[in-house]
Write a protein that binds this ligand. Structure first.
Ligand code: CU
Length: 313
């Protein structure tokens, strides 16, 4: 939470003062800071979805240094030149000069290139670490707001549908009481550089008229298909019953003892999937809408495409 807020503030201040921040490379660098970041595990694998990795920060004397205020920003430069970040949940100081980062990648390398950027005690380090992100888009869910839920992605772009990303934090499809059988992480795009967690009470910003307006998230209904799944074509896929997950207040939504249905086209043959749907109350506007795959309103029941999305298990 702390890092979401810091990231949001730093970029929104630049945004509001009229600077066009399309890439971290445009920010001032400080070659004199003396800090050098590196991956603790040189063979670290990054994939679409949740990726946990350790960063080591060494000072000018090559000593691994704990106690720093470290911000880590994975940034993708798209082939077309547009840049964006991805949700980062936390950076934990391990006390030995290493820091554990929990990030959720929205996109694989291929349409562009990813690099990790670092701020130490507020200073943007000159060193970036190029990384390759593997996996598939179907390894996370993506749903969109309708015209009532627009954002302005960057200073140059027109307003467009807000994106919501649903990531697996952990999943145990066998169900059973006790431990959470599913833990999802929900985040959204405020602009291309800002991806906060979504939960009841979170404040987001709309842009329906080029005028950013704060709104407060009310009840978030994020559910997993536990009923009969019918795989159809086009908008005919459907689920008969759902388990609403518990909003933990930090982007995590959990459920226990659920029997999570395999929503793949051919269960047992194609990669197993699970379906989610998402309805969010805008407590400021007093509206309540199902988010959809295309940003166009569906039937309003949440039971059919496009008001649901399947995610690889
Ligand atoms: Cu991208």
């Amino acid at each position: 939470m702390k890092y979401f807020q810091k990231t949001f503030f730093s970029f929104s201040i630049l945004f509001l003062t009229g600077m066009v921040v399309t890439s971290c490379a445009a920010l001032p660098k400080d070659p004199a800071s003396g800090y050098t970041p590196s991956l603790k595990n040189p063979a670290q694998v990054f994939n679409v979805g949740k990726t946990v990795f350790d960063i080591v920060i060494k000072d000018a004397n090559q000593a691994a240094t704990p106690g720093l205020a470290l911000e880590v920003s994975p940034e993708m430069t798209m082939t077309g030149g547009m840049s964006h970040t991805t949700p980062v949940e936390s950076v934990v100081d391990n006390g030995d000069g290493s820091y554990t980062v929990t990030a959720y990648f929205i996109m694989a390398s291929g349409g562009g290139s990813w690099a990790l950027h670092f701020h130490v005690n507020g200073t943007h380090l000159a060193d970036h670490i190029a990384i390759t992100v593997g996996g598939l888009s179907a390894d996370r869910g993506q749903l969109k707001g309708t015209t009532a839920d627009f954002i302005k992605p960057d200073a140059m772009s027109a307003s467009t549908n807000r994106l919501y990303y649903v990531f697996k934090s952990s999943i145990n499809t066998a169900g059973g009481a006790g431990n959470p059988s599913i833990d999802l992480f929900l985040a959204t795009r405020e602009d291309t550089m800002t991806h906060p967690a979504v939960f009841q009470g979170q404040v987001l910003h709309s842009d329906t008229s080029n005028l950013a307006t704060a709104w407060t998230v009310g009840t978030v209904t994020l559910s997993v298909c536990t009923g009969i799944w019918t795989y159809g074509t086009g908008t005919n896929s459907s689920c008969t019953s759902w388990a609403n997950l518990f909003d933990q207040g930090n982007g995590h939504f959990t459920g226990t003892g659920l029997t999570i249905v395999d929503t793949s086209k051919t269960p047992g043959i194609s990669a197993a999937q699970f379906a989610v749907h998402l309805k969010i109350v805008n407590a400021t506007a007093g509206t309540n809408e199902w988010k959809t795959s295309g940003g166009v309103a569906g039937l309003g029941t949440g039971d059919n495409m496009p008001e649901l999305i399947s995610i690889n298990q």
